[in-house]
Write a protein that binds this ligand. Structure first.
Ligand SMILES: [Zn+2]
Length: 317
């Protein structure tokens, strides 16, 4: 029995879920500290939500097609700061039928102006679960943004060296294009993403809508945020979870006002259409959802609310 299996056995004895929190340096030498992991079961799957840190953004990001006063009014209504929003990041580790699958890789060691140096805690979190980077069998990248590919490589070196990587071809081509040929506003971001993605190029496989990437883990096309953005559906023994990823970046603005455009969405009309489609599906089927940027652990349900939706966090037992 491996260390990981014996740990899971202990967790099972506690009812299948456990909250771990650390604020100091992780014990494994050289690993970045992590803040929290939430682990729960979905059928036969074990899902670990890993808090990878956070960054902040001006509120205009969440309503680029609306007056600033409207988004400030929403945040004020919920008692949130009206100058900047904190955007958490959550990497998902799914253990399914003997495979360990990461969904996105967080910020890695990327420096980000608004992060306060808290990004990139994935390696420390894996170590706390008794896992090394070579224990990861597959890495599913939902899209090429820096907060999702930042942990793929470091200093030009592949991190998850034993893993097969999945990235849609349209995303690979866009985010590894020659930055000099890209629109000027995108050059810096593309240069960064290209630097993170190219070291794993040899192990990348493309994927498409409806493709099962690992047992019970299926890609769901969700274009708009980026041209090849994907959501992910998890299914095991009659239980399911729809990982919305960045279909809705903010848990309030994107849900209550799905027509509000996100500044970072590359195709804003298509992003709105996709957002409404997936949120409507989640509300009607009462499927468990996850959001990559929702408040930790970012798992709950979606219900209809006014002309939009509401995200309701779910106690996980
Ligand atoms: Zn993101």
């Amino acid at each position: 029995m491996t260390a990981q299996l014996s740990r899971r056995f202990v967790l099972g004895g506690l009812g299948g879920s456990l909250l771990l929190t650390r604020t100091g340096p992780a014990s494994a030498a050289g690993q970045t500290a992590f803040r929290a992991i939430r682990q729960f079961s979905l059928g036969d799957m074990t899902i670990s939500i890993i808090d990878d840190g956070s960054f902040s953004m001006g509120l205009g990001m969440f309503a680029s097609n609306m007056p600033r006063a409207d988004i400030q009014a929403l945040f004020r209504h919920y008692g949130l700061p009206t100058d900047k929003a904190v955007i958490p990041l959550q990497v998902m580790l799914v253990e399914s039928d003997g495979e360990r699958v990461l969904i996105d890789t967080g910020m890695g060691d990327t420096g980000y102006a608004g992060s306060g140096g808290e990004e990139g805690r994935l390696a420390g979190a894996l170590a706390s679960l008794g896992l090394g980077v070579r224990d990861i069998d597959k890495v599913i990248i939902t899209h090429g943004h820096p907060d999702h590919v930042g942990g793929l490589s470091s200093g030009g070196q592949d991190i998850f060296t034993a893993a097969r990587h999945f990235l849609p071809e349209v995303e690979f081509k866009f985010w590894t294009q020659d930055p000099a040929q890209a629109p000027s506003a995108m050059r810096t971001m593309i240069a960064h993403c290209r630097e993170r993605i190219l070291p794993v190029e040899q192990s990348i496989r493309s994927y498409g809508d409806g493709q099962e990437l690992a047992p019970g883990i299926t890609a769901v096309a969700a274009p708009g945020h980026t041209h090849g953005h994907f959501a992910v559906r998890l299914e095991s023994r009659g239980e399911s979870l729809l990982h919305l990823v960045d279909t809705s970046v903010h848990y309030l603005a994107g849900l209550e006002h799905p027509d509000w455009s996100v500044g970072a969405d590359l195709d804003k009309p298509l992003a709105i259409k996709t957002r409404k489609r997936l949120l409507a599906e989640a509300a009607e089927t009462q499927t468990l959802v996850a959001g990559y940027h929702f408040p930790f652990p970012g798992v709950g349900r979606v219900m209809r609310y006014g002309d939009g939706f509401r995200y309701v966090p779910m106690p996980l037992g």
